[in-house]
Ligand binder design. Structure first.
Ligand code: TYC
Length: 98
């Protein structure tokens, strides 16, 4: 049995360290190649998986780049925004509680 179930059963206040999704947002201006490079360079995806995620975001408007503890999720989000600024793309992402 996992510790989350144990914590719930014993009624104490312990919880697992939170997991946070980094969500990539679509826009009309960022190049597909740049998004794939971000997914490989920042989120350590293989090229085929990076392309799949990029196309999913392109079609649906948003999609998950990865699942991390809070500090790592925020750091990756900052890296994406910094790289996007350097390349003059409006690419945005956000952190949400999983
Ligand atoms: N929609 C962009 C285009 O057609 C590609 C894109 C995909 C942009 C994913 C952002 O998170 C994104 N060039």
């Amino acid at each position: 049995m996992g510790s989350t179930q144990t914590a719930a059963r014993t009624g104490n206040k312990l919880t697992e360290p939170g997991q946070y999704r980094v969500i990539l947002l679509n826009d009309d201006y960022t190049s597909m190649e740049f998004v794939v490079e971000i997914l490989i360079g920042v989120f350590h995806k293989e090229e085929a998986e990076a392309t799949r995620i990029m196309l999913d975001v392109h079609r649906k408007g948003r999609g998950m780049a990865g699942l991390y503890t809070f500090d790592i999720a925020v750091t990756k989000t900052e890296q994406v925004h910094s790289l996007a600024r350097q390349h003059e793309f409006p690419l945005r992402c956000l952190v949400e509680k999983a």
